[in-house]
Design a protein around this ligand. Structure first.
Ligand code: PRF
Length: 376
């Protein structure tokens, strides 16, 4: 079985495919729930599988190296066994998290020195360290160690940073060729395109990354504060260059409408903390639009949480009840909202896939996006 098979290419760039890993298959386009510290916040693995129908989840090198540490991860036999998740896992390399979370950091050619956000201890991460940790975690797909530069940054700074990412990629590839998997399943390394919002740099980066010949490729450095139109423009330019026959992963994106637009540009995989983080702040995404569950207007609305929702929480609880739980600051509020949002995101990509296969994706996209953006 090939790692990636395209089942159907739509009228334009969107495609429906299947990724095959040693932990099972993934129907693309897919959304991947984020399980940073070996937990998708507030959601049981059983719910993730049975109610949300997650096909692959994310883990983070940066967090897991600090806690529980790799000594414990290796003793557990890797992340799948440690967290009792037998479907595919993807790990991010740590670069992005070092830049966004660590207390202080110093980047050199060799790597990044940083202070842990947990106890302030001095740490070091490099392409080799990131690869070694990702071998110990044992995800089915693991990411190259890159630098995601802040937006906006000037042209020369972006160029210098992108070139460092390219040199780091070579070190990631060399290290993983010499140091094979620790567990009895295959791991695939995805390199990451950078270059901020400069088209010529993105073109160079997409070409360098394509030439690495990896089994899948990622687009980083977006959804970091640039206007939405810029994110769309760059995504579209990069997917024009990345190999057609390999999965394309857009990192850290985004809202339901960002997901649909990205699929339209030929993106196959996406992840974001938004469905879980916003759920914990009472924001629910639905086919009808966005709901703030703390709003007065739900106070006596005894209709189902989401009559078009696919998860049990949508039918078994009312809007008035979930509002009450948020107002009373009950943990259950966050749990119900997280299950709802993740089930919705998985339903969203499933329906998008059905429209790609049916051949009317772009027509559907134009009609559904204004609906998704409504404030209820
Ligand atoms: N690089 C890595 N992880 C990421 C990103 C990146 O650029 C982003 C950008 N939105 C999210 N996660 N390694």
């Amino acid at each position: 079985m090939k790692f990636f098979e395209i089942e159907k290419t739509s009228e334009s760039k969107a495609r429906a495919g299947v990724i095959t890993t040693d932990h099972g298959q993934i129907q693309t386009p897919i959304f991947m729930p984020v399980g940073t510290v070996a937990s998708v916040k507030t959601v049981h693995q059983r719910e993730l599988k049975e109610d949300i129908k997650a096909q692959i989840i994310l883990g983070n090198t940066y967090h897991l190296m600090l806690r529980p540490t790799m000594d414990i991860m290796e003793q557990a036999g890797g992340l799948h066994k440690f967290m009792n998740w037998d479907r595919p896992i993807l790990t991010d390399s740590g670069g992005y998290q070092v830049f966004s979370l660590a207390k202080s950091r110093k980047i050199t050619e060799e790597g990044v020195k940083f202070k842990s956000h947990i106890d302030g201890s001095l740490r070091f991460m490099s392409p080799e360290v990131s690869m070694q940790i990702q071998r110990q975690i044992g995800a089915d797909i693991f990411m190259a160690f890159d630098e995601c530069i802040a937006y906006p940054s000037d042209y020369n700074a972006v160029k210098t940073s992108m070139e460092l990412t390219h040199r780091w990629l070579k070190r990631c590839i060399d290290w993983t060729e010499e140091n094979k998997e620790l567990y009895d399943h295959k791991q695939r390394l995805f390199p990451i395109v950078q270059g901020s919002c400069f088209s010529d740099l993105r073109k160079i980066s997409a070409e360098v990354i394509s030439e690495a010949g990896a089994e899948g490729n990622a687009i980083g450095g977006l959804s970091v504060g640039e206007p939405e139109e810029e994110m769309y423009r760059i995504t579209n330019e990069v997917t024009d260059i990345l190999p057609k026959d390999k999965p394309r992963y857009l990192m850290g994106v985004g809202t339901p409408w960002n997901i649909i637009e990205s699929i339209g540009f030929g993106v196959d995989m996406m992840d974001c903390v938004m469905p879980t983080r916003n759920a914990r702040n009472a924001m629910l995404f639905t086919w009808q639009g966005v709901m703030n569950m703390k709003n007065e207007k739900w106070k006596t609305d005894f209709s189902p949480l989401d009559e078009f929702g696919t998860s049990f929480v949508d039918q078994e609880y009312t809007k008035a009840y979930v509002r009450h739980l948020f107002v009373a600051k009950e943990y259950l509020a966050k749990q119900i909202a997280s299950i709802h949002n993740l089930a919705f995101y998985l339903d969203l990509v499933k329906v998008a896939r059905e429209h790609i296969i049916a051949g009317d994706f772009y027509q559907w996209k134009e009609q559904i996006i204004p609906q998704l953006k409504k404030r209820l």
